[in-house]
Design a protein around this ligand. Structure first.
Ligand code: PEP
Ligand code: MN
Length: 455
């Protein structure tokens, strides 16, 4: 049951409702919103307070029909934002990317990955310390040593860290080292662990059990919430289906389904969700498109030699490309620090005396780039003007473009002058130019068709 107080209800009225609920042996979870206060009522015999609506200051009493109460959207209609270090997850904040190795393998591996992840725009560092592996013979993680590395690297980079806690007896230890406690897929039904993380002050990232329904998953979240920890983030990490082409089936429909049912922030893990490196970026983009609040991504300096989950870990370059794409689509903003900021810092801090000439040279090169960009833009406009002329000569009824010619053009572009750009880069640039040209031709044709005939 959810009791919604009137806007402007007094603290005395809220207290009276809380006391009445507790006097009937039930629990009251008071959540003070910007406009009104909502009280979740939890307990076995809810009907004991079925007349609570009579108390002053109450606007309405909602009977929640699903078994999870505190996790339900009714309990917190405006949604929850979970703070991780200085980062907010949820409630329409920027997509938060949490990246790092599947398992912490060494101080150096973690440090390198953290620096890259941060430079590219990740806001949280992941790294497994105690690994729940399917086989007892697989690498089990560095344990406590890994937690120490995580804490060290957090100091160094300022990135908050997340790591999986596998046993209730370790929660206290984790509390001392990490910013977010991850409950893994294999432990989603470990109710002792759920209660233990529920007593921690740390936010909890709760992964979906790979055979769990959304309702079971929300009930697992309910254990954490009912134990007193309101900072829960849900993570869709793929479920087991009959499909064998991917490691798991990343259930992206879970994101909008959850959005309607719960106020908790939702992230996805396309690494475990697919199990295959080439599928991680597309499913990460798709997750952002369906409205995920964040992503959990495995990144490794040398994926083929990773001690766990190398097949699904992105290399540094692959991660950088994904982040570029997320920025291009504006799921991720430019960030608080400009990209490659550390490189600029290196130039300036390593040679302080040379700062002035170095700065001048840098300035000159940058203004050369600006001039080149202007020339490129002018050339592109000129090219599009010619393309529009071609379209006019062809007539408005003719099919818009010559596919064979476009293919030849792309081939010519890739075998053109060599330089730092790879042939695939040129192909994608010319692909974009062709798409833009076709757009200009279409617009011109449509305008000519609707405007009065020229003499
Ligand atoms: C992990 O994120 O390291 C992990 C083991 O994931 P999952 O619990 O989803 O398998
Ligand atoms: Mn992993």
């Amino acid at each position: 049951m959810i009791v919604v107080m009137r806007p402007g209800a007094t603290t005395g009225q809220v207290d009276e409702v809380r006391r009445t609920i507790e006097a009937h042996g039930l629990q009251a979870f008071v959540s003070v919103g910007q406009e009104r206060t909502i009280i979740g009522v939890v307990g076995a015999e809810i009907e004991r307070v079925s007349h609570i609506g009579m108390l002053p200051g109450i606007d309405q009493v909602i009977r929640v029909t699903h078994p999870y109460k505190l996790a339900s959207r009714e309990h917190h209609a405006e949604g929850t934002r979970v703070r991780v270090g200085d980062v907010d997850v949820g409630l329409g904040e920027e997509l938060v990317v949490m990246a790092g190795p599947c398992a912490v393998e060494s101080r150096d591996q973690l440090r390198q990955t953290a620096r890259t992840a941060k430079r590219e725009g990740a806001r949280v560092l992941r790294g497994g310390a105690f690994k729940p592996r399917s086989s007892p013979y697989s690498f089990q993680g560095l344990g406590r040593q890994a937690l120490e590395y995580l804490a060290e690297v957090r100091e160094e980079t300022g990135l908050p860290v997340i790591s999986e806690v596998t046993d209730a007896s370790e929660v206290e230890l984790f509390d001392r080292y990490v910013d977010v406690l991850q409950v893994g897929s294999r432990n989603m039904h470990n109710f002792v662990l759920l209660r233990a993380v529920g007593q921690s002050r740390r936010p909890v990232l709760l992964k979906r059990g790979f055979a769990a329904t959304i309702e079971e998953w929300l009930l697992a979240a309910e254990y954490v919430l009912a134990s007193g920890n309101t900072n829960v983030i849900l993570c869709e990490r793929g479920i087991r289906t009959f499909e064998t082409a991917t490691r798991n089936t990343l259930d992206l429909s879970a994101v909008p389904v959850l959005r309607a049912r719960t106020h908790l922030p939702i992230v996805t893990d396309p690494s475990h969700g697919t199990g295959q490196r080439p599928l991680v970026a597309p499913m990460a983009l798709a997750s952002a498109a369906v409205g995920a609040d964040g992503l959990l991504i495995e990144v490794h300096p040398d994926p083929p030699n990773a001690r766990s989950d190398g097949d699904q870990s992105l290399s540094f370059d692959e991660f950088a490309e994904l982040m570029d794409e997320l920025r291009r689509l504006q799921f991720v903003r430019l960030g608080h620090e400009p990209r490659r900021a550390h490189e600029a810092t290196t130039i300036e801090t390593e040679a302080p005396q040379a700062a002035a000439p170095g700065g001048a040279a840098l300035g000159e090169l940058r203004s050369h780039i600006d001039t080149l960009d202007q020339r490129i833009a002018a050339l592109l406009q000129e090219r599009a003007t010619v393309a529009v002329e071609v379209q006019r000569l062809r007539g408005s009824e003719a099919h818009g473009h010559d596919v064979a010619r476009e293919r030849e053009l792309l081939e010519r572009a890739t075998s053109g002058p060599s330089g730092p750009l790879a042939p695939e880069d040129l192909t994608s640039i010319f692909g974009a130019i062709l798409r833009a040209s076709r757009g200009a031709q279409r617009r011109d044709r449509d305008q000519t068709a609707t405007s009065p005939r020229r003499p």
